[in-house]
Write a protein that binds this ligand. Structure first.
Ligand code: PRP
Ligand code: URA
Length: 209
């Protein structure tokens, strides 16, 4: 069974409270999504393996540690996942970025794929899939499956708000994929929106409503 890690750092929780507020402007919403992603990235990469290196300083030789092991890629689920990319890249400037385009059919709530573009060496990379919202889990489950079908082995999923239904769906479909979440909410409503959630993340990032 995959692990669910709730990032309850006070800075993340404070920013999340402003993000949820219906009065928060598009500009501020965008900035907050990016800042929360940056803080979550910091926590999510806590266990990256390190290797020892010797560095010549102006004064002597320092024994230091650098990140070892496989390289990383970030894969946002379009559209709303795009809002998290800048924050991730700010923490990991050399990371490569793949894109999965999915939208939820408003009637069936089933994910519909419209775009898939990965770095050519994606199978050699560890991947963090990002999307602010994990509602029914349909989009995240499908995005992770597309990556597995490509041959990606080590995947983690990062969202800002997760519903119990989505977390359970991910754990059932992908028990090998750990989930990072800033807020675990109560439930979904009859339209598949997270309650209390923050509304439609894509619309609030891009000002489309
Ligand atoms: C939202 C959100 C997730 C998905 C979550 O995207 O960004 O991708 O819904 O819902 P699920 O867990 O029930 O699949 P949406 O389909 O609204 O598309 P958008 O990002 O283009 O607005
Ligand atoms: N997608 C969103 O953007 N918000 C929700 O609450 C559910 C799915």
């Amino acid at each position: 069974m995959s692990k669910v890690m709730v990032f309850d750092h006070p800075l993340i929780q404070h920013k999340l409270s402003i993000l949820r507020d219906e009065r928060t402007s598009v500009k501020e919403f965008r900035e907050l999504i990016s800042e929360i992603a940056e803080l979550m990235c910091y926590e999510a990469t806590r266990n990256l393996p390190l290797e020892e290196v010797q560095v010549k300083t102006p004064v002597g030789i320092a024994t230091c540690h650098r990140i070892a092991g496989k390289k990383l890629a970030v894969v946002p689920i379009l559209r709303a996942g795009l809002g998290m990319v800048d924050g991730m890249v700010a923490m990991m400037p050399n990371v490569k970025v793949g894109h999965v385009g999915l939208y939820r059919d408003p009637e069936t709530l089933e994910p519909v794929k419209y775009y898939f573009k990965m770095p050519p060496d994606i199978t050699e990379r560890d991947v963090i899939v990002v999307d602010p919202m994990l509602a029914t889990g349909g989009s995240a489950v499908a995005a992770v499956q597309f990556l597995k079908d490509e041959g990606v082995k080590n995947i983690k999923f990062m969202c800002i708000i997760g519903a119990p239904e989505g977390i359970a769906a991910m754990q059932k479909a992908h028990p090998d994929v750990d989930i990072f979440v800033a807020g675990q909410d109560e439930k979904l409503n009859e339209h598949g929106y997270i309650v209390p959630g923050l509304g439609d993340a894509g619309d609030r990032i891009f000002g489309t409503k």
